[in-house]
Design a protein around this ligand. Structure first.
Ligand code: AMP
Ligand code: MG
Length: 416
């Protein structure tokens, strides 16, 4: 028997084929989740001026240093300043300026006395306590100094990062371009979701799963609809779709009479690299490339195509977008009951993951047939059985790919 590509070989080969896309400039408000192409230096101090962290009075420390409840200090209030305003007055010896949080500290002041430590009497304020020299003054540049690198190239922009960039006046950022991903469903049996069911027909659910999966990683899905099992139509559709940055076809990659996808891809100028992988589900799975564009011929079975997407397409798209962390999180799970697995294949078993004393406990979600999307929908993880295993024994441990890391487990472990 000829050597069948293993999952690990297939992942390596696919990832060697793809490289990060060029960079582009985008408005900051589209930046979430994008990967920076530049070190961002601040041209400003943040805050840009010394300001008060409290509502209170701007004072000269030497005036109030000795203030205490039995020996309070009385000062003349010269002005009041709120956030967004600048006082034109100076804090002279024996005086104070009333100040609100965020307002610029007036000239002459070197401490803020919080309002709770004072009593106002007409034009005067009586100070009975202080928090020390310089207290409650946020100096200019306390957060960021002019010239600081605030975010480095390669950074995946998170929510606080977007705010940080806004705070330094960075209205546009340079990030890796997002791939436009062509999605083509193949099959004479396929109908649209709005179409009336008819004997022998199947709704093109893969079109929906795959475009959602592409959008979820932050790439841009572009549907090319349903193409019939006909070599010429397929070739033409693939040629058109290769204008995109990557191509995903589903169906037509096994050894049936109407499985023309591999041939049609070759006709469209795609260099085929492999077309079977030692895995279950998703054993027929074609991969090739045209120039730097990856081309995935995923199996038609709904579970197989999504599992293969997770294993190969998802990391490829992330790499194209400049990410360094390419894979789904993996945890160790305890096996709740015996599960038979296929010899010679790496098997991905759809499992529920329950919390068990802060650990994961995996149990099958039911039939593992590659057409049964329901058991994938019920699963929180894919438990991985190695090629040399034929049984995941109850009580043993195995790695599990977390399908939705926004799960409830961490919260429970942390005592929420
Ligand atoms: P194939 O890989 O073309 O041999 O298809 C394998 C199975 O997946 C068949 O039962 C097809 O009807 C089904 N299938 C193929 N393409 C799709 C699709 N886009 N959506 C849902 N099921 C599909
Ligand atoms: Mg087919």
């Amino acid at each position: 028997m000829t050597h069948m590509t293993t999952v690990n070989e297939a992942v390596d080969l696919v990832l060697d084929t793809v490289s990060p896309l060029p960079c582009e400039g985008i408005p900051l408000d589209e930046g979430l989740g994008r990967v920076l192409c530049e070190d961002v230096r601040s041209a400003r101090n943040v805050p840009s001026f010394a300001n008060s962290a409290m509502d209170g009075f701007a004072v000269r420390w030497s005036d109030v240093a000795g203030a205490s409840p039995p020996a309070p200090v009385s000062l003349e209030v010269r002005d009041a300043v709120g956030a967004g305003r600048v006082s034109r007055k100076r804090v002279l010896p024996g005086t104070a300026i009333r100040i609100m949080t965020g307002a610029p500290v007036p000239a002459g002041a070197d401490a803020i006395v919080r309002v709770e430590y004072t009593e106002t009497a007409g034009e005067r304020v009586v100070v009975s306590r202080t928090d020390g020299q310089g207290s409650h003054i946020r100096p200019a540049g306390e957060d960021i100094r002019r010239g600081d690198v605030v975010l480095e190239r390669g950074r995946v922009l998170g929510i606080p990062d977007v705010g940080l960039l806004a705070s330094i006046g960075k209205a546009n950022v340079r990030v890796r371009r997002r791939p436009v991903v062509a999605i083509i469903a193949t099959g004479d049996e396929l109908i649209g979701v709005e179409d009336r069911p008819a004997p022998g027909k199947v709704v093109n659910s893969n079109g929906y799963t795959l475009s959602s999966a592409v959008a979820e990683v932050g790439a841009v899905p572009k549907s090319f609809g349903i193409v019939r099992d006909d070599r010429e139509s397929l070739t033409q559709a693939f040629r058109d779709a290769l204008a995109c940055d990557a191509l995903i076809a589903s169906g037509g990659v096994s050894v049936g009479d109407y499985d023309y996808v591999k041939d049609a891809l070759a006709d469209a100028g795609v260099r085929m690299r492999f077309w079977r992988v030692a895995q279950r589900p998703g054993h027929p799975m074609a991969f090739g490339s045209k120039g730097s564009k990856p081309v995935f011929g995923l199996p038609g079975n709904p579970v197989s195509s999504l599992v293969s997407f997770i294993l190969y397409v998802r990391p490829s798209l992330l790499k194209m977008m400049g990410h360094e962390s390419l894979f789904m999180p993996v945890v160790r799970a305890r096996i709740a009951h015996d599960m038979k697995t296929a010899p010679g294949l790496k098997e991905f078993v759809r499992c529920r993951l329950d919390e068990d004393n802060g650990r994961f406990l995996a149990s099958s979600t039911g039939t593992q047939s590659s057409g049964v999307l329901r058991s994938l929908s019920l699963a929180q993880g894919l438990v991985v059985a190695r090629e040399d295993q034929t049984l995941l024994r109850k009580g043993s441990h195995a790695p599990a790919i977390l399908l939705d890391p926004r799960g409830r487990w961490l919260q429970r472990e942390m005592g929420f």
